[in-house]
Design a protein around this ligand. Structure first.
Ligand code: NAD
Ligand code: TYD
Length: 354
């Protein structure tokens, strides 16, 4: 079996669902259910014995030791993290705790487990660390995309905490020989993404007739990848990646935020013609910029294609259409996650921008 951390969050839940669609190998899913973790993402697995959910914290060393010795996973896929840049600006402590200390605890527990294995089991064990392109810092308009050998220059508390975790993972390989793999992926979008990130926030606000907040001049550029493609890339790295290596994962799809928001508005005009707020683009509102806002990220994903044969299956046009359709069909899911705590966050982050 495999141990997945953070499997009730956006990418982790998509990964678990995809995994069990393609394999009968069981999953232990360790997640402490922060505001971003949601068991509704996994309801289709209710009663499925291949999925074992454990509510717990990756900083809990006793729990980790127990899970490893009881389930003896052949691999760890580590998604659990605090993941939102704006929240890291308001409250960096949680990012240091989960992303740095939590990754440290998990590495230690995985190392003890791996060292207890023998023969082929020991040779086959993998620790796959899911990271971000944001560790590389910000690009100028004509700079080449990020390659795996680029120096780390993280700029936000989020990216600094992820960079720190990447360094720990690297060191556990070089010092102890733990067979690790690290992936650095660009911005994901798709089903089950919490509506604090740009794409689901814009869809949810547009459906509610609320302003679509665009930070600064809207010309910050990100590379966008459909979440199902990210999950496929992670499976490829787990199966065929070389221990100790890092792999950049991206969609070959750089776009400024304004274009993302306009595309979503156009799709909503088409797919939700009865909406009282058409054209949805009328809701676009420029607001004060994010402090330290990275200007551009771009991924050179040639290594994973060359070595592991992975390329994204979706284009942005196909992926964003599926995503908007999913949010239109799952309005209950959106309503459920918009709790009191969510409304407090919206007030904290957006109240002072306009
Ligand atoms: P998310 O915020 O949606 O989910 C994170 C999950 O981790 C939640 O279920 C949460 O409950 C859980 N978690 C948080 N702290 C925990 C702790 N201490 N112990 C146990 N569980 C804990 O995040 P996501 O967008 O799904 O991102 C998953 C991973 O992928 C993160 O490591 C992130 O850095 C990385 N990543 C995300 C993106 C993106 O665009 N979302 C891009 C590249 C890399
Ligand atoms: P986000 O989804 O938070 O991802 P990240 O900051 O990790 O790339 O933001 C994507 C881009 O959209 C980023 O340039 C910030 C911008 N943005 C807005 O313009 N308005 C918003 O309300 C949010 C959440 C983000």
């Amino acid at each position: 079996m495999i141990l997945v951390t953070g499997g009730a969050g956006f990418i982790g839940a998509n990964f678990v669902l995809d995994w069990l669609r393609g394999s009968d190998e069981p999953v232990i899913n360790l997640d402490c259910l922060t505001y971003a973790g949601n068991l509704e993402n996994l309801v289709s697995l209710a009663g499925d014995p291949r999925h074992v959910f454990v509510r717990g914290d990756i900083c809990d060393t006793a729990l980790l030791a127990d899970l490893f010795s009881r389930h003896r996973p052949r691999a760890v896929i580590h998604f659990a993290a605090e993941s939102h840049v704006d929240r890291s600006i308001h409250g960096p402590g949680a990012f240091i705790r989960t992303n740095v200390e939590g990754t440290f605890s998990l590495l230690q527990a995985a190392r003890a487990h791996w060292q207890s294995l023998a023969g082929p089991e020991r040779g086959a064990f993998r620790f796959l660390h899911v990271s971000t392109d944001e560790v590389y810092g910000s690009l100028g308009p004509t700079d080449p995309p990020f390659v795996e050998t680029r120096a780390y220059e993280p700029n936000s508390p989020y990216s600094a905490s992820k960079a720190a975790s990447d360094h720990l993972v690297r060191a556990w390989h070089h010092t102890y020989g733990l067979p690790v793999l690290t992936t650095n992926c660009s911005n994901n979008y798709g089903p089950f993404q919490f509506p604090e990130k740009l794409i689901p926030l814009v869809i949810a606000n547009a459906l509610a007739g609320k302003p679509l907040p665009i930070y600064g001049d809207g010309m910050n550029v990100r590379d966008w990848l459909y979440v199902g493609d990210h999950c496929a890339a992670i499976r490829a790295v787990l199966e065929r990646g070389r221990p100790g290596e890092t792999y950049n994962i991206g969609g070959w799809n750089e776009m400024p935020n304004l274009e993302i928001v306009r595309t979503i508005c156009g799709l909503l005009d088409e797919l939700h013609p009865d909406s009282p707020v058409r054209p949805h683009a009328d809701l676009m509102t420029f607001v004060a910029d994010r402090p330290g806002h990275d200007r551009r990220y771009a991924i050179d994903a040639r290594k994973i294609e060359r070595e592991l044969g992975w390329r994204p299956a979706e284009t942005f046009a196909t992926g964003i259409r599926k995503t908007v359709e999913w949010y239109l069909e799952n309005r209950n899911w959106v309503e459920h996650v918009q709790s009191g705590a969510y409304r407090e966050w919206v007030q904290q982050n957006y109240g002072e921008r306009t």
